[in-house]
Each structure stands twice: as structure tokens, then as C-alpha cells.
Design a protein around this ligand. Structure first.
Ligand code: SF4
Ligand code: MSK
Length: 621
């Protein structure tokens, strides 16, 4: 492996960590080497107590488990369980936002309001909820109840599937993979993977796609749409990124995790004059709330709040010695934080009943007392500021401006209210296609390098890039989210970006906001009268690590988009499964996965794919 990171701020903090004897994910990764070959190939099973069983990938030892499960069955079951966990995580996040809207509508949630009434009314129309002459609270109440039904729905299929092009919906119906209730698909995944239920790797994989679709077109879409109703639909906004956003003379609060419900309240509380005065009395000049990972994405999309970093920088933020409190909720929060925090004065504060951490303080967060809880947390950070050991403080100066906030509505506004300018640019070849680059960091690969190399290669070749998650933060830190980055784009894309005043890389939000990308892809496909699989579009997750990314990959391919993975998924021991996902799926779903760790080669795969799709549409390849 090469360098640990291409981010200078990360490298500086890794040096500081080494000086101070603190181990980070990179050190722990090294201590795990060599990683288990059975695990890496996905062919160990412990789904029952006759096992654990493992298959010999070289054909010399056992080629089936005690029950007779083959490598393909074991790998497919393991993959399906990963999808189910990822879909559950996104969808449970969506459920919490739906609940918050419901309680806001009832007047029982403290500090929240319905900020985007237009979107509320548009969604009400989509769900056939009467809106005429009714208050926004009455409509929101009905809409939230409808949404709750979709989680545990007992008949029919998800409402948001109607947003997909007709051909795609027909295909899902034909394959019998249109998702029903969101929870139902996850439960069925667990049932099918129980010992002795679904013993066919093709059938297991198809259910994986169905479960993933219930995430993309269900749980994640609810999270996005309902967050917009509550907190406002993002519009282009500027802010700053990387560890240099931490301030030596301010109370630094890093909010980390995924759900915007808590972080929105922390942002609000940090502006409270009474708390600001308290901070001044402790000797700080202000309260600096910064985001991390997808909580950071939620806040930067809506408020231009500084984002301190992406996944592999969570420990590094603490190693600056300048974080007074790190407030976490759910997902992508490393248990190591509590250990690292012990070396400094930082308080790690967990807030979700679902996400506790030994060694952290727990401040339970709930909608009914949201603002009071947020104030309490901000006060804890203020009280902690005097304990900061100035001798240990070292804040890297890397700090890059970004422009984010490209919701579907913001993109349409930038285009003058209609998709036509984008369609014309695609037809003329000024923009050759669109690529969604998403996902995490992973110490298996140099931090941010995959995201940056792939993004630069694609924009240079006139492919518009849209991003979410930690990929978006990687590009923010590298300056690729600025309109000036159009200088790095090919001539056609550059001209379009300069005319519209937008960057060549559009930040569309957090991981759940990949649902926004599905909406754009559907709108383009509908405008051209084709399926999503006919479009010159592709997906990529160069540095993915989480089970949510597996669910995302499966619903993106299931929606008809060719997807390139940069880190290798644990399935290679199931040869039939690999063939199905990388070749066979094309004839079934109109899209496949490719695995390509080299981001330059990944770019070539995507460019070839875009050329082929352009040609098939009768466009200049
Ligand atoms: Fe082994 Fe089959 Fe049990 Fe898995 S389900 S542990 S392969 S016997
Ligand atoms: S936070 S899922 S590391 S993108 Fe959404 Fe980043 Fe991946 Fe978590």
C-alpha cells in the first residue's frame, strides 16, 4: 500500500498521533494483517451451530458446509445480510425523520418547524393526501402516517417506486422484486438467510436487490424528502472544509454520524446569545459547530456549516487536541473514539438510544426536548473548554472553501427551471454523461485518492460528476466543489459550468441523498422516453467500507446503473455469484458491477460504458 492519505491535514495529524503514541484506524488495520482469506472471499458461514463452516477456495479442502451449502450459497447469504444491514440503517434513519415530522405536526417536538411547505404539499399530492384548505400541520400529520405505513406495509408496493421510469417499474414487476414494506424486505432477508431456507444463490441475490430497492426508493428517499420538509430543501451555499475549520480560540463542537435531527438543534443552540455569553466568560471568542461524515453533509448542504472531515478523519479531529465535544448519533462512529478522547480533554457524547459507547457520556436525545438537550450538550462543551491542554493543540491549516447544496430543486433552478439545457448538453456531447461517485474512506486504500483521481479523470473527459457522502467531502477538501474547478474540466463541461456558475462536481448531500440522484436519473430517462439503464450514466464507490454502501450499490445496479467498486467486496469465493453480479445481471437488470481498485482504470471503464450508451441512443459516442 502507498501513502496513508493524500490529504495533508490527515498526514500531519497521523504524525502527531505517532509522536503521542496514539493508534488510529490505519495502525489497527496494519495490526490486522494478514486479514482472513475466508472472510475476504465471503466463504465462511456461521449461520448455524453445526458450523462455523468454510470453503476451501483452492478446491483442496471442503467444497461445501456441513448442511451442504456451496461457496455461492454462503457468499450470497453473506452478501444479502450485508445488504439487509445497510438497508436497515438507512431506513431506520428515514423512520426517525418521519417520526420527527409527525411529532412536529402534532406540536410535540421542541424546536422543529415545517420549513418547506411547498415540498410538503407536493409530497401530499404524490400520496393522494388532500391539501386544499388544510394547515401544513394537518397535511404533515397525514403524510407522516402514510409514510409510517410504508415501513411495515402489508399489501402493495412502495409509493416512491412510481417515480421510476415505467420500463424500470415493469422490469421490477416482471422479476417480482418490486419492494413491499421496507421492514418486510429486511426481515425476509434475515429469514431467507437462516439455515435451510433460500438455498439458491440467484434467488438470494434477487432478494438482495429487492431489499436494496426498499432502501433507495424507500427508507433513504423518506429520509431525504422528510428532512427537506423539516429543515429546508438545500440550495447552493458556500462553506469551508477540512481540519483547519477547527478554531484555536473557540469552543469546537464536532457533530458526527448521520441524522440531521440532533445536529440541526445543536446549530440552533450554538447561536443562542446566552450560551455565546457563557462561552465568552470561559475565555472563548465563539462557538464553532463543525460537521463530520454525513452529519457534516446534512449541515453543509443546508447551512454551509464547516465540515471538519470525512470518515477516516474522525479520530484525527480529536488528535488536534482542540475538540471540546464530539457529539455522535448513529452509523460510521468508531468505537475507538472513546479511547482516543482519553488522551485529550475531549468529551465524546452519545445521544441515540441505539448508539451507545462505553467510555462516552450519554445524553439521551428525543424530539420532545430536542432544543433543551442541544443546549445542555453545548453547555457541556463550554464547561469543558478550560480543560483544553494548549500544549497538545495543533490544528492543521488546511481549510478549503466549497459550494454545496445541489438538491434536485437547486439543480433545476440553476438550469433555469427545466432539464432541457442539461439534456441538450448531453445530446450535443458537451456533457458526455453523468457519474455518481459516492461512499466512504477505507484504510485498505489511500484516503481520498480514489475519489479525487476518478473525479478528475471524469470531469477532464466532460463527464458531470455528482456526489454524496464522504466522497463529496474528499472533493470539498480538494477544491473540486468550487465553480473555479471547471478549469480542470474538459472544454464542453467547462463551458456549461461557467455559463451556469456551478462546479463540475455537484455535492448532492449525505448517503441517504443518493435518492436525489435516483430522482434526477429518472427525470432524465423520462424526458428521453427510455429506461435508466439506457442512459450514459454510471456509479462508483472507490473507497467504500460500510454495509450501507453494499445496499447502495445493489439498488443503484437494480435501478439500471453500471457501478464500479474500488475496494473488493467479500464475494470472490463464490464464482457463480461473481459471474452473476459482473455479467449475468446485465441481461436481467440492464446493469452490472465491476471491481477496479485503480481509479484511472475505473475511469476508463466508466468512459467506455458512457460511450457505448451514447452510441446506443444514437448520440455521438
Ligand atoms: Fe455450516 Fe450450513 Fe450451518 Fe452455515 S448454515 S454454519 S454452512 S452448516
Ligand atoms: S458517512 S457510510 S463513511 S460515506 Fe455516510 Fe461516509 Fe460511508 Fe459513513
Amino acid at each position: 500500500m502507498g501513502e496513508k492519505s493524500v490529504d495533508q491535514a490527515s498526514l500531519k495529524m497521523l504524525k502527531k498521533a505517532a509522536r503521542e503514541g496514539i493508534s488510529t484506524a490505519w495502525d489497527r488495520f496494519e495490526r490486522q494483517q494478514p486479514q482472513c482469506g475466508f472472510g475476504l472471499s465471503g466463504i465462511c458461514c456461521r449461520n448455524c451451530n453445526m458450523g462455523p463452516c468454510r470453503i476451501d477456495p483452492f478446491g483442496e479442502g471442503p467444497n461445501e458446509g456441513i448442511c451442504g451449502a456451496t461457496a455461492d450459497i454462503i457468499a450470497a447469504r453473506n452478501l444479502l445480510r450485508m445488504i439487509a444491514a445497510g438497508a436497515a440503517a438507512h431506513s431506520d434513519h428515514g423512520r426517525d425523520v418521519v417520526t420527527t415530522l409527525y411529532e412536529t405536526a402534532l406540536g410535540e417536538a421542541q424546536g422543529y418547524q415545517i420549513k418547506d411547505e411547498e415540498k410538503l404539499r407536493a409530497l401530499a399530492a404524490e400520496f393522494n393526501i388532500p391539501a386544499e384548505g388544510r394547515s401544513k400541520e394537518e397535511i404533515a400529520c397525514d403524510l407522516a402516517r402514510e409514510a409510517m405505513e410504508e415501513f411495515g406495509m402489508i399489501k402493495g408496493t412502495l409509493q416512491f417506486l412510481n417515480r421510476a421510469p415505467e420500463k424500470r417499474r415493469e422490469l421490477w414487476k416482471k422479476l417480482d422484486i418490486s419492494p413491499r414494506g421496507i421492514d418486510r424486505e429486511v426481515v425476509e432477508s434475515m429469514h431467507r438467510t437462516h439455515m435451510g431456507v433460500d438455498n439458491d444463490y440467484v434467488s438470494l441475490t434477487l432478494h438482495g436487490v429487492r431489499t436494496a430497492l426498499s432502501d433507495g426508493w424507500g427508507g433513504s428517499m423518506f429520509a431525504t424528502e422528510f428532512s427537506d420538509i423539516l429543515f429546508g430543501t438545500p440550495q447552493p451555499v458556500r462553506g469551508k472544509s477540512n481540519l483547519g475549520v477547527l478554531k484555536a480560540d473557540q469552543i469546537n463542537i464536532v457533530v458526527h454520524g448521520h441524522e440531521p435531527t440532533l445536529s440541526e438543534m445543536i446549530v440552533l443552540a450554538a447561536r443562542d446569545e446566552e450560551l455565546l455569553e457563557m462561552a465568552r466568560q470561559k475565555g472563548a471568542v465563539g462557538i464553532n459547530v463543525c460537521g463530520m461524515c454525513c452529519t457534516g453533509n446534512e449541515l453543509l448542504m443546508r447551512h454551509g456549516v464547516p465540515v471538519a472531515g470525512n470518515f477516516l478523519q474522525q479520530e484525527l479531529a480529536l488528535i488536534t487536541g482542540a475538540v471540546d465535544a464530539m457529539v455522535v448519533d448513529v452509523q460510521c462512529v468508531m468505537p475507538a473514539l472513546a479511547q482516543v478522547a482519553k488522551c485529550y480533554h475531549t468529551k465524546i457524547i452519545t445521544t441515540s438510544p441505539k448508539g451507545r459507547m462505553s467510555g462516552a457520556e450519554h445524553v439521551p436525545f428525543g424530539e420532545h426536548t430536542a432544543l433543551d438537550t442541544a443546549r445542555k450538550i453545548v453547555m457541556m462543551a463550554i464547561e469543558n473548554y478550560p480543560h483544553r491542554n494548549q500544549k497538545l493543540v495543533e490544528i492543521p491549516d488546511e481549510c478549503m472553501e466549497y459550494m454545496a447544496g445541489f438538491s434536485v430543486e437547486a439543480i433545476l433552478k440553476a438550469l433555469g427551471g427545466s432539464l432541457n439545457p442539461l439534456l441538450d448538453a448531453i445530446k450535443s456531447g458537451q456533457i458526455r454523461g453523468i457519474a455518481a461517485i459516492v461512499g466512504c474512506n477505507n484504510p485498505k486504500t489511500t484516503q481520498d485518492e480514489g475519489h479525487l483521481v476518478l473525479t478528475r479523470e471524469l470531469i477532464r473527459n466532460n463527464v458531470l460528476v455528482v456526489q454524496t457522502g464522504c466522497a463529496g467531502i474528499a472533493c470539498a477538501k480538494a477544491g473540486l466543489l468550487l465553480p473555479e474547478a471547471a478549469a480542470e474540466a474538459g472544454e464542453g463541461l467547462r463551458a456549461v459550468c461557467q455559463a451556469l456558475g456551478v462546479p463540475p462536481v455537484l455535492h448532492m448531500g449525505s448517503c441517504v441523498d443518493i435518492s436525489r440522484i435516483l430522482v434526477v436519473a429518472s427525470a432524465v430517462a423520462n424526458a428521453l422516453g427510455v429506461d435508466i439503464s439506457d442512459l450514459p450514466v454510471a456509479g462508483a464507490a472507490p473507497e467504500w467500507m460500510s454495509e450501507k454502501a453494499v445496499s447502495i450499490g445493489a439498488y443503484v445496479v437494480g435501478s439500471g446503473v453500471f457501478t464500479v467498486l474500488g475496494t473488493v467486496p467479500p464475494i470472490l469465493g463464490g464464482k457463480g455469484l461473481v459471474d452473476l453480479l459482473t455479467e449475468g445481471a446485465d441481461g436481467v437488470l440492464g446493469a452490472v458491477f465491476a471491481v477496479e481498485p485503480d481509479p484511472r482504470k475505473a475511469a476508463s471503464l466508466i468512459l467506455d460504458h458512457i460511450s457505448a450508451k451514447r452510441k446506443a441512443l444514437g448520440l455521438e459516442p
